[in-house]
Design a protein around this ligand. Structure first.
Ligand SMILES: [Zn+2]
Length: 334
C-alpha cells in the first residue's frame, strides 16, 4: 500500500494522535510500533510503511526520505510528550517532598502535634511548673506548640541552673516533643526516647527528634509531704529528661546511687530550697496484706541552724505496680 503523505498540520507540529494515525495508515499495516499521546490517554500506534520490491530506485529514495521525515516528527513528538511528563513528575515530586510540616519544624521544645500531645490543662501545668523552676516570666507555648522564653531578662526567682538547661534545650540543635502517655504500663513518670529524624528538605538539614514521654496519672498517685511532692513534679521530670537529651548526663542504675543527671537536678532543688533526692532507684517494699508493692523515694533537706548542719528527711511513696514496671526497677523487701 502506498504511504500517504503527511498533512501540513503534522509538519507544522499542530497535530494530535488521531490525526497522525490517520496520516500513517491502519494498524494492520504496522511493522513497528510507536507511542503517541492522544486526548484521554496513551495509545499504541503504528507506522504505515511496508516496502514493496517492485519500485524504481528513484521512487525508493524519495519514499525513504518521506519515511525519515515522518520518523523525525514522531521522535520529536515523543520527545515533547516525555519532556512534558518528566516536568509534570518533577513538579509533583517536589510538592510531595516539601510538605508544610517540614517547613514549620524547627529545633527547641514543643508540645507534640499528634494524638499524644499534652492537653491544654497538662500543658499549663507543665508551663507553670517550669516557670517556678526557671523564673522566666514571659515563657509560654506559642500557637505552633513551641516553648518560647520571651524576654530572658524578665525573671522572678527560680534557679540559674534550670534557666541554663532550658535555654540550652530551646536554643539547641534537637527537637524535644512533650508527649502524654497516661496510664502507660511502660512509662514510669517520664521517659526520653529518640523518636524521629526530621529532614528539612529546603536546607538539606536533619533534626533529631526526641520524645519526652510523660505519664501524668503516675504523678497523681504520689503521696508524701508537700516539699517532697514539689521536689518531684512534672517540671522536674521534664528538666531531668532534658539533662539526658541536652547534656548527655546519665542515671546511676547499676549502683544504688543518684547519678550525674539527678545530681544536676539537685542543684536546682537546692536553689529553690527544696529537699534533694538521695537515690535514683526507689526502694520497693512488699506490704502484707494486701500484697501491695510500695515504692519509696527519699529526699533530704540540709539546713544550717545555730552553726550546725541539720538534715530533714522527706518521703515520697506510690504503688509500684500501678505506676508501671520499669526495666531498671527491681523489687526489694525492706
Ligand atoms: Zn533519667
Amino acid at each position: 500500500m502506498e504511504p500517504r503523505s503527511l498533512p501540513l498540520a503534522v509538519l507544522k507540529g499542530l497535530i494530535d494522535g488521531a490525526t497522525l494515525a490517520t496520516a500513517l495508515g491502519t494498524k494492520s499495516e504496522a511493522q513497528a510500533e510507536y507511542f503517541f499521546r492522544e486526548p484521554g490517554g496513551f495509545r499504541r500506534d503504528f507506522t504505515p510503511y511496508r516496502a514493496s520490491t517492485d519500485r524504481s530506485k528513484e521512487e525508493e529514495v524519495r519514499r525513504r526520505g518521506q519515511i525519515d521525515m515522518r520518523l523525525k516528527i514522531i521522535r520529536r513528538l515523543c520527545g515533547r510528550v516525555l519532556f512534558a511528563l518528566a516536568t509534570l513528575c518533577a513538579i509533583s515530586s517536589l510538592a510531595g517532598a516539601a510538605p508544610d510540616d517540614s517547613m514549620r519544624i524547627h529545633t527547641g521544645l514543643r508540645n507534640y502535634d499528634g494524638a499524644r500531645r499534652l492537653r491544654e490543662k497538662q500543658l499549663q501545668k507543665a508551663l507553670e511548673s517550669l516557670r517556678h523552676k526557671t523564673g522566666f516570666l514571659d515563657m509560654r507555648f506559642d500557637e505552633a506548640g513551641y516553648l518560647t522564653l520571651g524576654d530572658r531578662n524578665r525573671v522572678a526567682g527560680g534557679s540559674g541552673v534550670a534557666r541554663e538547661l532550658l535555654i540550652s534545650a530551646v536554643d539547641g540543635d534537637k527537637i524535644f516533643e512533650l508527649e502524654a502517655h497516661d496510664s502507660s504500663p511502660s512509662v514510669a513518670f517520664a521517659r526520653l526516647t529518640v523518636k524521629t529524624i526530621y529532614t528539612n528538605f529546603g536546607a538539606g538539614a536533619r533534626i533529631v527528634g526526641m520524645a519526652i514521654q510523660l505519664d501524668f496519672t503516675d504523678f497523681a498517685m504520689l503521696r508524701g509531704e508537700r516539699e517532697a511532692l514539689m521536689a518531684f513534679d512534672i517540671g522536674f521530670a521534664i528538666l531531668h529528661e532534658l539533662s539526658h537529651g541536652v547534656l548527655g548526663l546519665k542515671d546511676d542504675i547499676a549502683r544504688r546511687r543518684l547519678g550525674e543527671c539527678d545530681e544536676r537536678i539537685n542543684l536546682i532543688r537546692r536553689d529553690l530550697g527544696l529537699p534533694e533526692r538521695r537515690y535514683y532507684l526507689p526502694a520497693i517494699s512488699l506490704i502484707l496484706p494486701p500484697l501491695v508493692e510500695e515504692a519509696e523515694l527519699i529526699f533530704a533537706l540540709v539546713r544550717w541552724k545555730d552553726g550546725r548542719e541539720k538534715t530533714k528527711m522527706f518521703y515520697l511513696r506510690w504503688d509500684a505496680k500501678s505506676v508501671g514496671p520499669r526495666e531498671s526497677q527491681t523489687a526489694k523487701t525492706r
